[in-house]
Design a protein around this ligand. Structure first.
Ligand SMILES: NC(=O)C1=CN([C@@H]2O[C@H](COP(=O)(O)OP(=O)(O)OC[C@H]3O[C@@H](n4cnc5c(N)ncnc54)[C@H](O)[C@@H]3O)[C@@H](O)[C@H]2O)C=CC1
Ligand SMILES: CC(C)CC(=O)C(=O)O
Length: 365
């Protein structure tokens, strides 16, 4: 990968490569844009096919966080970390402590949290080395695992998308095909089941599938069958890029709304599904519940306040759909426009000199 060419193309600020031989830590912290504030985004631990694939994932996810935080109205920029390794086998205490020291070294430019493959316990270890970590144990006055809150945000956002597609936001009787029934999707399935939706689920983890079958009466299908099942809504809740040239011709859904980051393999796939009349709830808008929740910790965590903001994702999805209709553009472009406009407004807003302790004047005292 020609890294500087890529960084320049999408205007990244910084990439930190972290290595700690003793613990086996190999991590990439990507900071995309801090116009709105410090970069907040989770840490993913995953086995990547190559180092290039890991770097590319970190970069794509970090940029997604810039847009997610901006669209969610947070005063935060976008960043993300990937740790290369198998979260089931390769974790150790020293690894997360070593990573915590790298985060501390960035002195608040980047704040981390959970993502795929990392847990509250991992965040607690990072917290031993730095305060720039969220989603730590509630015992520390923190918000804990963001997944149930992300799931609630996806649920309300799905209802808003359903309203645009079916004329009602009721999900009773709707068939929802859920790909990946992990941390977020298990809770999503619970909300959907309670509202009377019918669930079709898949996962590469057979136990996860069985749990959804037992708890919610879901119908299980094989991983490669999920795209073509008869359903009203496809909810991608595993990894990214599942809306692509191979899957689109199989889709029978009228709505795509799920928690996965980077659902469109390429932007043109967002154009194709739009032409097919599928209502797409842009990934980084609908899955912002978790980051909204952990970001609240920066003000002193208040669960009620955070949930109120997460409920607002219904209106945000409606707004994106409105912009899409008004401007005749696909929803993914409408979301980008909304996020970019906010960043631009803040970048261009008048700045007045403030004595903030960092200016040369403060050294004169
Ligand atoms: N946890 C959170 O609060 C947030 C998560 N997200 C995104 O939502 C997605 C899910 O996150 P989590 O539930 O936390 O992760 P998770 O790791 O708990 O769940 C993902 C599930 O997908 C399954 N999976 C992986 N590849 C698959 C495939 N090819 N076919 C079927 N199943 C497959 C895994 O076995 C796992 O059960 C990720 O893309 C994540 O980045 C986004 C925002 C916040
Ligand atoms: C708290 C998080 C789950 C933030 C994040 O990394 C994300 O929303 O993808």
């Amino acid at each position: 990968m020609e890294i500087f060419k890529y960084l320049e193309k999408y205007d990244y600020e910084q990439v930190v490569i972290c290595q700690d031989k003793t613990s086996g830590l190999k991590a990439i912290i990507a900071i995309h844009d801090t116009t709105l504030g410090p970069a907040l985004g989770g840490t993913r631990m995953w086995t990547y096919a190559s180092e290039d694939a890991a770097i590319e994932d970190a970069l794509r996810l970090a940029k997604g966080m810039t847009y997610k935080n901006a669209a969610a109205g947070l005063n935060l920029g976008g960043g993300k970390t990937v740790i290369i390794g198998d979260p089931k086998k390769d974790k150790n205490e020293e690894m997360f402590r070593a990573f915590g020291r790298y985060v501390q070294g960035l002195n608040g430019r980047y704040i981390t949290a959970e993502d795929v493959g990392t847990t509250v316990a991992d965040m607690d270890l990072i917290h031993e080395e730095t305060d720039y970590v969220t989603g730590i144990s509630p015992a520390f006055g923190s918000s804990g695992n963001p997944s149930p809150v992300t799931a609630y945000g996806v649920y309300v956002g799905m209802k808003a998308a359903a309203k645009a597609a079916f004329g009602t936001d009721s999900l009773e009787g709707k068939v929802v095909a859920v790909q990946g029934v992990g941390n977020v999707a298990y809770h999503l399935c619970k909300h959907l089941h309670e509202e009377g939706a019918q669930l079709i689920v898949t996962d590469i983890n057979k136990e996860a599938v069985q749990r959804a079958v037992n708890d919610f009466g879901a119908k299980a299908v094989e991983p490669d069958e999920i795209y073509g099942v008869e359903c009203d809504i496809y909810a991608p809740c595993a990894l990214g890029a599942t809306v692509n040239d191979d899957t689109i011709p199989q889709f029978k859904c009228k709505v795509i709304a799920g928690s996965a980051n980077n659902q469109l393999k390429e932007e043109r796939h967002g154009d194709i599904i739009d032409e097919m009349g599928i209502v797409y709830a842009p990934d980084y808008v609908i899955n912002a519940g978790g980051v909204i929740n952990v970001a609240d910790e920066l003000y002193g965590y208040n669960a009620e306040r955070a949930m109120k903001k997460v409920e607002g994702l219904y209106d945000t999805i409606e707004k994106v759909i409105e912009i899409s209709k008004r401007d005749g553009i696909p929803t993914y472009k409408a979301a980008d426009r909304m996020a970019e406009e906010r960043i631009e407004r803040m970048r261009n807003s008048r700045s007045q000199f403030l004595q903030n302790g960092h200016h040369i004047l403060s050294r004169k005292k």
